[in-house]
Design a protein around this ligand. Structure first.
Ligand code: A3P
Length: 268
């Protein structure tokens, strides 16, 4: 009931809480528009660098398929270890083995004002979503959690609250380029050169022109109307929020999140 999107109802039917997972499975979890495809690119490269013999010639979308989708991506589970999955599901909708086997989760979160703006644009892009009447309409829907995948505030809280039960590594979108800690979490010991290469290949400019990384095929097949690689900066919300909206947002954020240890980066 957290969301009015038909898509979520479809997803709910494809979630298998009892799905057996492998001990080496790694999950990339995000609230939508928080840097999923960026981290996808980083993760596949870390795996390639660690297992060069397995480097694949496939899109990142198929190499890090959506856990809950059986038709958007390659649905095959028969991939060699280590498998990567991406998902937007909250902790209680993940396969139980993620928690029971303490499988590794990389959770990327982004300052919510930029998430809102990115999401606003995405609502005009993905054919499954309703286009908002106005920025203000979408702004209020976001605050109310009345958007695809429900409330940002709940998603963040659910994962921060579940961190003792999960094996989870939090990464801020605004710090995503700091790959060293991520490699340590994943148990991959890469050379400085390999890490620098990964960071270089993951810049906005390089991903925008990399057809394996940039999701442009979804524009070509009319699933998306606009590019996902839109702007890729921290602080774009300043071009959209009025002073009054910003005050409203800050009030809600304080009300809902001030007990969590979140340090936001509002711009760079
Ligand atoms: P903007 O709409 O603000 O540009 P997701 O992958 O979770 O849907 O998130 C999409 C957002 O991540 C978009 O934000 C997109 O531009 C941004 N993004 C994707 N790749 C990026 C990169 N390499 N560097 C910076 N931002 C990136």
């Amino acid at each position: 009931n957290k969301c009015k999107c038909l898509w979520l109802e479809v997803i709910m039917q494809t979630v298998h809480l009892e799905e057996p997972m492998r001990p080496t499975d790694v999950f990339l979890i995000t609230y939508p528009k928080s840097g999923t495809i960026w981290m996808q690119q980083i993760l596949v490269q870390i795996m390639d660098a660690a297992h060069p013999e397995q480097a694949e010639d496939a899109t990142n979308r198929n190499r890090v398929p959506l856990l809950e989708s059986t038709f958007l991506d390659d649905p095959s589970r028969e991939r060699p270890d280590p498998r990567l999955f991406r998902t937007h599901l909250p902790p209680d909708m993940l396969p139980r083995e993620v928690k029971n086997k303490k499988l590794k989760i990389v959770y990327v979160w982004r300052n919510p004002k930029d998430v809102l703006v990115s999401f606003y644009h995405f609502s005009f892009s993905w054919v499954f979503l309703e286009s908002p009447e106005s920025f203000e309409t979408f702004f209020q829907q976001f605050l109310d959690g009345d958007v695809y995948m429900g409330s940002w505030f709940d998603h963040i809280r659910d994962f921060f609250s579940a961190q003792d039960e999960l094996c989870i590594h939090f990464v801020k979108y605004e710090d995503i380029g700091e790959v060293v800690k991520l490699c340590a979490f994943l148990g991959k010991d890469l050379s400085d050169e390999a890490i620098n290469h990964i960071v270089e290949m993951s810049t906005f400019e390089n991903m925008k022109t990399n057809p394996k990384a940039n999701y442009k095929d979804l524009v070509e097949t009319h699933v998306y109307v606009k590019e996902t690689m839109r702007k890729g900066v921290a602080g774009d919300w300043k071009n959209y929020f009025t002073v009054a909206q910003n005050q409203r947002f800050d009030r809600v954020l304080k009300e809902k999140m001030s007990d969590l240890p979140l340090s936001f980066t509002w711009e760079l």
